[in-house]
Design a protein around this ligand. Structure first.
Ligand SMILES: [Zn+2]
Length: 82
């Protein structure tokens, strides 16, 4: 079964627990609907692109090097993706 990664939508906020503040992995069937809430604290979560389906590209290399990438989420709002 594939492993999906989730993270709290508000992972910088106080709603997220230690489990969902950082990425966590969840194994589920392809046919299962994606989780919408943290199984521990119930905070809203979002599914991340599985690392297994990602290409080994600059992003993962930068990640391995401990670099951070800022992703533009909204007008003038940047979020640290990792
Ligand atoms: Zn949680």
């Amino acid at each position: 079964m594939p492993i999906y990664e989730y993270q709290a939508k508000d992972h910088a906020g106080k709603k997220a627990c230690a489990h969902c503040r950082e990425r966590f992995e969840f194994i589920q069937k392809m046919s299962d609907p994606p989780l919408e809430n943290c199984p521990r604290c119930g905070a809203p979560i979002r599914k991340l692109i599985s690392r297994f389906s990602m290409n080994v590209d600059m992003d993962s290399r930068a990640k391995e090097a401990g670099m951070h990438k800022l992703v533009r989420k909204d007008k003038g709002v940047y979020e640290k993706e990792y």
